[in-house]
Design a protein around this ligand. Structure first.
Ligand code: SF4
Length: 157
């Protein structure tokens, strides 16, 4: 199969959260810096950063897992489980790419862990390809109250 779209696991995770967010960040290349983001970069110092590549549905998804253990991949997050759909999508890409049965998302500072099996990401990959083909990136209004890009979204067509 020919892989026509190469994206990062975080880009796929953004698309799973909201296609319009993917458009803002990964097509228009508008990135908002924040204290949380800078803290997140610092928090990831010392992680293993294991390279992971998953090829599905004409999409090559690339990224680096924070830690890889015998049975699972572990992702560190400074945000909250409110963003679980992004976090589980990203960790599932790594788990499936690296052949692991489990994923773990550790919410650093909250003392919380989300542990489960990797989910299928084929449907979201297919939707991403279709969105790129048609140029339509619909809004997911369910997630707007959590979104850091609300101000950008209001002014982007
Ligand atoms: S404000 Fe809502 S529609 Fe706009 S990018 Fe964020 S989640 Fe998507």
């Amino acid at each position: 199969m020919r892989f026509c779209v190469i994206i990062s696991a975080t880009a796929l995770a953004d698309f799973a959260f909201c296609p319009r967010l993917f458009y803002i960040k990964h097509i228009l290349k508008i990135f908002k810096s924040s204290k949380k983001l800078r803290e997140g970069i610092l928090a990831h110092r010392g992680t293993e950063e294991v390279k992971a590549v998953l090829r599905i549905k004409g999409v090559e998804i690339r990224g680096r897992a924070d830690f890889v253990k015998e049975d699972r991949v572990i992702e560190l997050k400074l945000s909250t489980p409110s963003f679980w759909i992004s976090h589980v999508t990203q960790a599932s890409v790594y788990a499936r790419a690296l052949g692991k049965e489990k994923l773990e998302v550790t919410y650093k500072g909250l003392g919380l862990k989300l542990i489960g099996k990797p989910v299928k990401v084929e449907r979201v990959a297919e939707e991403l390809v279709e969105a790129c083909r048609t140029g339509r990136f619909p809004k997911n209004l369910k997630h707007c109250s959590l979104c850091y890009y609300r101000d950008v979204c209001r002014v982007v067509e």
